[in-house]
Design a protein around this ligand. Structure first.
Ligand SMILES: [Mn+2]
Length: 329
């Protein structure tokens, strides 16, 4: 079924997105919320976990409920006719919110190639730079009015998911972004909102973490660690270390970057980034995680040192090939 036919078929929708919501998930949710509302649909956005405060500058941010807020406001009411999943590769990626959507026809919108096509209707476009780009082309194709709020949310989604138009960016992505600017999105305001609100304590945490910075595999791998103690000493939490992985990629020669984050209960969260055709999604999936070729993550039932040894061994399996390629004349 066509996604627009799906939208036409129902009167009320719950929109949800993945755990640890990012700019793309949130921007996509907000834009789609306004799109549905303008069609006269009864619509609500509910995510299991809170949206990062950094995106509170987006008009429409106030319409996003956490699951707990939703229960406080609406009690046991869940009589939506249909669900919309925003970049969830499986229903489980929505966390506890998935329960609210059980038995509902679902529209599954994503740009991750590992999406399991679990929806009644699946709009999965792996070539798209962001879920926001998929949403923009859907709404634009529907001939709907794209308001300033929608344009701003979609521009923020695309800007942040491409790391400021560095990754997955095609000519089409830039044309879409240009359209959104013409529709009112303000690039300077969105960039300032998305990138220039880092709390001071986050930088103190980063400073502590960078003290653990190490190279492996002849400099092709760079990694650092964030411990529970660092969080305690700087008054921060997991959400403060989300962007740390991005600081590592600028290091010369480094092809794979890893941040090991200590979780409670002797577990370790691993963020992985790679350059070129080096596939960290395969590393992550080996440990039950997922993501894209160049950006992936997983969690291990292990402390830092064991997790580091296991993950580095898996990364090394891919590197010899790369080493040879690099040395070739
Ligand atoms: Mn995305």
């Amino acid at each position: 079924m066509d996604p627009l036919k799906f939208v036409d078929s129902y009167r009320s929708f719950i929109i949800t997105g993945h755990l640890a919501p990012d700019g793309d998930a949130i921007g996509s949710e907000i834009a789609f919320y306004f799109f549905l509302r303008d069609l006269g649909k009864d619509t609500i956005i509910v995510n299991d976990e809170p949206a990062p405060e950094a995106f509170s500058f987006l008009p429409g941010f106030e319409h996003i409920y956490t699951l707990d807020e939703f229960h406080d406001h609406y009690g046991p009411r869940h009589d939506f006719e249909a669900a919309v999943f925003m970049e969830c590769s499986s229903r489980q990626r929505a966390g506890r919110t998935e329960r609210l959507t059980r038995g509902l026809p679902a529209l599954n919108i994503d740009h991750h190639f590992d999406n399991r096509n679990y929806g009644t209707v699946n709009l999965v476009i792996p070539q798209a730079a962001a879920c926001g780009e998929v949403i923009y082309e859907l709404i634009e194709g529907a001939g709907a009015r794209i308001t300033l709020e929608m344009a701003t949310a979609l521009y923020a989604a695309i800007l942040t998911d491409t790391a400021s138009f560095r990754f997955q960016t095609t000519a089409r992505t830039l044309r879409n972004a240009a359209d959104l600017i013409e529709l009112g999105a303000d690039p300077e305001k969105v960039a300032a909102g998305a990138y220039e609100q880092v709390p001071f304590k986050t930088f103190k945490l980063l400073a502590r973490s960078l003290e653990t910075l190490k190279q492996a595999c002849n400099g092709l791998v760079t990694y650092c660690r964030v411990s529970r103690r660092m969080y305690e000493e700087t008054g921060t939490s997991d959400s403060n270390s989300e962007s740390f992985i991005d600081y590592l990629r600028v290091i010369a020669r480094s092809r794979v970057n890893i941040v090991f984050k200590e979780l409670p209960d002797h577990r370790t969260r691993v963020n992985l980034r790679s350059k070129g055709d080096l596939d960290v999604q395969r590393v992550a999936s080996h440990f039950g995680g997922g993501g894209h070729r160049n950006a992936a993550g997983c969690s291990l039932e292990a402390g830092f040192e064991e997790a580091r040894n296991l993950v580095l061994a898996e990364v090394k399996k891919q590197l010899p090939h790369h080493g040879e390629k690099e040395r070739a004349p």
